[in-house]
Design a binder for this molecule. Structure first.
Ligand SMILES: [Zn+2]
Length: 177
């Protein structure tokens, strides 16, 4: 907590107010943090609060655009069973991409947002992306399905019969051919 720069008092409290900002022809209410000196009644914004407010605006815009907010993107990554580093390898965007998205320093692209949503929706999309990124698909990588975390092995076992039946059909054809 930084003190008051005018009267040097440490008796400073943090307050919050909703600010109305214009964005794409609409108005968004964004919570803005500021400080009040209880000694001289001065209101001011610390550097930390400026950064925090910038992030709040960024998140409000993303929410309006239907994109994951910083908290949601972290939740999605965890549902996919990925570390921040792995998620950057799987979805692209550079080595520190997810750490920046989750700290709300940078907004993910619309394309990135769509790809993450597809991976959450379709386990095979995530599987292909993991293979593509040379990330070992093992029991540590969970497949997100129908609001439940399904270990990859269970998912694979549930789908194995598809491959087996194709194989046996092929063998029969060969016998008769
Ligand atoms: Zn003061």
């Amino acid at each position: 907590m930084s003190g008051c720069k005018i009267c040097k008092s440490k008796d400073v409290v943090v307050a919050q107010t909703d600010e109305v900002i214009s964005y794409k022809c609409v108005t968004l209410n964004v919570p803005m943090a500021y400080s009040i000196c209880l000694n001289c009644n001065r209101e001011f914004i610390t550097v930390e609060q400026i950064l925090q407010n910038d992030k709040a605006i960024r998140d409000a815009k993303k929410a309006h655009d239907g994109l994951f907010t910083s908290v949601e993107i972290a939740k999605a990554r965890k549902q996919l069973g990925l570390t921040q580093e792995q998620a950057s390898l799987v979805f692209g965007g550079g080595r520190n991409a997810f750490s920046k998205y989750e700290r709300c320093e940078v907004s993910q692209s619309v394309a990135m947002d769509k790809l993450i949503k597809q991976a959450l929706k379709h386990p095979m999309v995530l599987h292909d992306l993991l293979v593509e990124a040379s990330i070992a698909v093992d029991k540590d990588h969970l497949i997100y399905k129908d609001d439940n975390l399904v270990p990859y092995e269970v998912f694979k076992a549930a789908n194995d019969h598809k491959y087996k039946s194709v194989k046996s059909m092929k063998m029969q054809e060969e016998q008769y051919g």
